[in-house]
Write a protein that binds this ligand. Structure first.
Ligand code: RIB
Ligand code: CA
Length: 316
């Protein structure tokens, strides 16, 4: 077990979602990471389900001690758009997980994020954003000083050469709350983005899911059931064998950054045109004078990623 000083303190902001669930399990199976708390946001499904799903996953991992907070139940300005057609009506279709016994924290997620970052040494806390960025944006509005104290924001969202997955130009997390994404990307927080250009290369497969199922534990069985359900939508849409395992790439970046490569560029968000609303406009070829504001990850060692995931799930 790494020393406390060596462990990386993280807050996971999430909208579970099967892929969010696998990301949370990866984090809880990794001793290098100290999960300070999990904050739920409306996204894949409404907030009352994302917060419950986060608690279900903590209990599945044997970690009812993890503090789970509920945050924003809608985007900053736009109406909530959800994705039950992808994740099922519960948001966690696949395994039959019991109703959680662990309690939801009373404090609002946005207060938890802001107060945790302000109360800890500057540069200590890493934010892992797996859903729409509403909670992060509201925390920045509540306490702008957090921007200079966050070690790194690692977020799943956006796309460039890969286009969008909810409209031709927009990826879901950014599309749901483009104003939040724009505010966060302009905040100056050191930011790493795992976009569709990366996650669409991290495809599940019968072999990869079988390797997880073969671990033979309740966590492994539930994870395989999550993946079996989750991948069906993208398999049909893209005609691929398997679906992109988006959110766990955020956690894998913290554990093995050598699995990834990208470029530090400027990323802006479309918030004016309904046609391209939520598009991440990525200056990959540096043709503008806009300041680079994010590491935009384009490539992943998919075999190495699934090997890491399977190894870490085995310890839960
Ligand atoms: O576009 C993929 C993202 O949207 C993932 O985070 C998935 O969980 C959904 O939130
Ligand atoms: Ca998500």
């Amino acid at each position: 077990m790494p020393s406390d000083a060596a462990r990386r303190s993280i807050i996971i902001d999430t909208d579970p979602g099967q892929d969010d669930a696998v990301a949370i399990l990866l984090a809880l199976g990794s001793p290098e990471l100290d999960v300070l708390g999990i904050t739920a946001v409306a996204g894949n499904v409404p907030l009352h389900l994302t917060e419950k799903n986060a608690r279900k996953i903590c209990e599945l991992a044997g970690r009812p001690d993890i503090a789970v907070y509920a945050g924003a139940d809608r985007p900053m300005e736009r109406d909530l758009v959800t994705a039950e057609h992808v994740h099922g009506k519960t948001g966690l279709d696949g395994p039959d997980l019991p109703e959680p016994a662990m309690k939801l924290q009373d404090r609002h997620a946005v207060d938890f994020i802001a107060e945790t970052i302000m109360s800890r040494p500057a540069g200590e806390v890493t934010l892992c954003a797996l859903g729409p960025l509403t909670n992060i944006a509201l925390a920045l509005r509540k306490e702008p000083a957090i921007a200079g104290r966050i070690r790194e924001l690692v977020m799943m969202g956006g796309g460039c050469f890969e286009g969008g997955n909810v409209t031709p130009t927009a990826e879901f997390n950014i599309y749901v709350d483009p104003q939040a994404a724009q505010l966060v990307l302009r905040s100056g927080i050191p930011t790493t983005i795992m976009p569709l250009d990366c996650t669409h290369k991290a495809l599940t497969s019968a072999e990869r899911t079988a390797a997880i199922r073969a671990l033979g534990t309740p966590v492994a069985q539930a994870t395989a059931q999550l993946l079996d359900f989750f991948e069906r939508f993208d398999e049909e849409k893209y005609g691929t064998d398997g679906g992109p395992l988006h959110d766990p790439t955020v956690i894998a970046w913290l554990l093995k950054p050598e699995l990834f490569s990208g470029r530090t560029v400027n990323v802006e968000v479309e918030t004016g045109s309904e046609l391209t609303m939520g598009m991440t406009v990525v200056d990959w070829w540096r043709v503008t004078e806009r300041e680079p504001n994010a590491l935009f990850v384009r490539d992943i060692d998919a075999d190495g990623f699934f090997k890491l995931l399977t190894e870490r799930l085995a310890v839960l």
